[in-house]
Design a protein around this ligand. Sequence first.
Ligand code: ISE
Length: 339
Amino acid sequence: MHSQGSLRIGVIGTGGMGTRHAMNIHRFVNGADVAAVYDLDQARAQRVADACGARVLDNPRALIQNENVDAVLIASPDETHAALTLACLEIGKPVLCEKPLATTVPDAERVLNAEVALGRRLVAVGFMRRFDPPHVAVKHAATGGKLGQPLLFKGVHRNASAPYGTTGANILINSAGHDFDSARWLLNEQVQEVYVRGVCSRADASPGAQDLLLVVMSFANQRMATAEVYVNADYGYEVSAELVCQHGTVVTEQPDAALVRANGQRGYSVPNDWLARFNEAYIFELRDWVDSIQKGQPFHGASAWDGYMAMLITNACIQSLQTQQIVAVNAPQTPALYQ
Ligand code: ISE
């Protein structure tokens, strides 16, 4: 049953991420309930619906238009994100779209232009690192003044393994957007140029698949950023963000890490994936999103503009990876809606 007055959320996509979001809403977000779910795999959708006391709908657009759904969470495959977000904008429904907002620049532009035309912010994008306590601590330390101006962002983004055949372009579209958003968020500057190189880490990876990328970004005011994105790191899932500032540096520290001494060794465990590493961030992101809708306060996470900028940078990175040249990122002026 849904509590009176709670925000009724429809979840599109019940894979790993969508299921985690649905269960987080059900268990940890006050003032919100999962009212409906959709997945192409209806049996999978039914299992999540049963766990959350929600209905299963057989069509994502029917879910978006359903009068018993107040807000929509999109966690379906990347290539569906832009069209489904547009469908939410068409009927004025708030939406949290998992990253990436789109898989092409034109699609990201269509979402951005639709929200600008609407004149109000309905789109939130799931760059959850903005709610990750270690990343928030880096942001606070860098803006506290004691370290001076942040000059260089250094991101490390390692997945234990990626599906066979994952290409450099796939990685840039599906994964590296987090690092581009973190660099923009922590440096608070406009990106100007990118340079990307990639290598294939092992003989048994699919031919030509570059699974270790190094991205260099230059920003306005002579700020810089590097991001290592390695999707077959083997040892585990690890993300770090460091800012090198005028008078010091600040770097994310492992949350809840325990130093274990055993069997002549000492060390920390490493999570297997992003659901484990960013467990808290996903909950904090959902609470902030629900509060922004229920209380009419700004969402403190990424907007459609941030989702568009991530795709613009991604597109330039794909070109740089292919040409091995520096590529300019020609961003338009930030629309007033996002300033
Ligand atoms: C995944 O979709 C995520 O969002 C994770 O944060 C990222 O590390 C992973 O590479 C993506 O596939």
